[in-house]
Design a protein around this ligand. Structure first.
Ligand code: AMP
Ligand code: ZN
Length: 113
């Protein structure tokens, strides 16, 4: 499997892992764009949200529940945070294994670029 994030799941490349459960793994983004920036990924390979099958709808719920747990664990629960899912080229997706960005630690502007 050549997918970068699958390799992190398999522990064949290192990552700063901050959370794990049966469905999801979370680790710090290697190029953070906020004081706190983690990525939450499904343990199974799924390229993007647009590729999710109806059978994978519960997995998408697990991902958001894990993102909430990550935000709580990283101390973002009180002041707030942003969850971002970039999907496809126009969405700015560069790694084609679905991931939820958990961003916080400063006020974030809107709209995104
Ligand atoms: P996206 O543009 O939504 O596909 O986001 C991909 C993210 O993965 C970017 O924020 C990258 O900085 C991050 N990233 C790429 N390689 C690694 C890695 N080896 N460990 C942690 N984060 C990574
Ligand atoms: Zn993958």
């Amino acid at each position: 499997m050549s997918c970068l994030f699958c390799k992190i799941v398999e522990r064949s490349i290192p990552a700063d892992i901050v959370y794990e459960n049966d469905h999801a793994l979370a680790f710090r983004d290697i190029r953070p764009v906020a004081p706190t920036h983690a990525l939450v990924i499904p343990k199974v390979h799924l390229a993007c949200i647009h590729d999710a099958t109806p059978e994978q709808t519960p997995l998408l719920g697990e991902l958001f529940a894990a993102a909430r747990a990550v935000a709580e664990k990283l101390g973002l629960g009180e002041k707030g945070y942003r969850l971002v899912v970039n999907n496809g080229d126009d969405g700015g997706q560069t790694v084609h294994h679905l991931h939820v960005h958990v961003l916080g630690g400063r006020g974030l502007s809107w709209p995104p670029g």
